[in-house]
Design a protein around this ligand. Structure first.
Ligand SMILES: Cc1cc2nc3c(=O)[nH]c(=O)nc-3n(C[C@H](O)[C@H](O)[C@H](O)COP(=O)(O)OP(=O)(O)OC[C@H]3O[C@@H](n4cnc5c(N)ncnc54)[C@H](O)[C@@H]3O)c2cc1C
Length: 269
């Protein structure tokens, strides 16, 4: 493993001691607007599955654009992995689209965020509801053996517009058979959802609709209720608003530090 410093020949040193300079190890395109990439990881960088970190990409004049990104990789992996959208004309996206293997990227030293299972008290079933790149933090959570020991059921409902935009299908399929979780009690239920094309056997409505009419629970065969369910929700802001509203009409409560509840969410923009 290669350990980074903030100084590299030919690369402008970062004008802050809050980040390390890492190298891009690999890039994996999923479709024209989605890709994943791995970077080196500083030995001192620690995070909880579900957290995010700010990444920085330098331009030709040395200016750095920073954006928050959830870690996809497990907390024990020697590298960091991220899953990203390429937004047309987006300041970070434009630089990311041109990034090559071996090129530098800044990673802030401190992770942030509370989209973690450690926040919840009790519960039998963990529901992970993702739209688009909102899948990212859940992949890290799904690689955490503690989570597999904490819950009886883990449900991943992952929604995209088109089937080709559903990333990490092989990795998700392999999770249930991973020897790392063999002795743990949880059973994984995966529900892929595609909203703009019909895929036989798959659900095809938006997450709030599937929750509102009960079809997500019927598909999984588990009820969502205050006693047994804990939910993490991640993705686009409209989906989050709609899903939170449905959960609240059903008597579930947001989880707060002084008032334990059922769900927590993270907006990507
Ligand atoms: C806590 C947090 C964690 C995040 N983690 C991730 C992550 O793991 N992967 C990721 O791709 N993005 C993530 N984002 C969004 C990311 O930080 C950038 O906004 C995104 O990469 C686009 O950057 P940009 O500069 O190109 O465009 P921006 O100027 O940042 O955004 C332009 C527009 O693009 C759209 N947009 C932004 N992000 C997304 C997205 N993820 N999916 C669809 N549309 C989007 C919005 O309409 C936004 O107004 C996260 C954001 C937050 C707040």
């Amino acid at each position: 493993m290669k350990f980074a410093t903030n100084f590299r020949p030919g690369v402008a040193p970062l004008p802050t001691d809050k980040a390390t300079l890492e190298d891009v190890l690999s890039i994996r395109p999923w479709c024209d607007k989605l890709l994943s990439f791995r970077t080196t990881r500083s030995r001192s960088f620690r995070f909880q599955p579900g957290q995010f970190v700010r990444l920085g990409l330098a331009g030709a004049t040395g200016d750095v654009v920073w954006r928050p990104y959830s870690m996809v990789s497990a907390s024990y992996d020697e590298y960091l992995e991220f899953f990203s959208i390429l937004v047309p004309d987006g300041a970070f996206s434009e630089r990311l689209a041109r990034l090559g293997v071996g090129e530098p990227i800044y990673v802030e030293k401190a992770p942030y965020g509370y989209l973690t299972t450690s926040r919840f008290v009790g519960g039998q079933d963990l529901w992970l509801l993702a739209s688009g790149t909102g899948l990212a933090p859940f992949l890290s959570i799904l690689r955490d053996p503690e989570v597999w020991g904490q819950y009886e059921n883990i449900v991943l409902a992952y929604s995209a517009r088109l089937a080709k935009e559903l990333a990490y299908q092989e990795e998700i399929a392999a999770l249930a058979g991973d020897a790392l979780f063999a002795g743990e009690k949880a059973r994984l239920h995966y529900v892929p959802i595609v909203t703009r094309e019909a895929v036989p056997g798959w659900l095809g409505q938006r997450l709030n609709v599937l929750l509102g009419d009960g079809s997500l629970e019927r598909r999984v065969g588990l009820p969502i209720d205050r006693e047994r369910s804990r939910l993490l929700i991640c993705g686009n802001p409209q989906m989050l608003d709609d899903v939170r509203a449905i959960l609240q009409t059903r008597g579930l409560r947001p989880d707060r530090s002084r008032e334990p509840g059922n769900f927590a969410s993270e907006n990507y923009w």
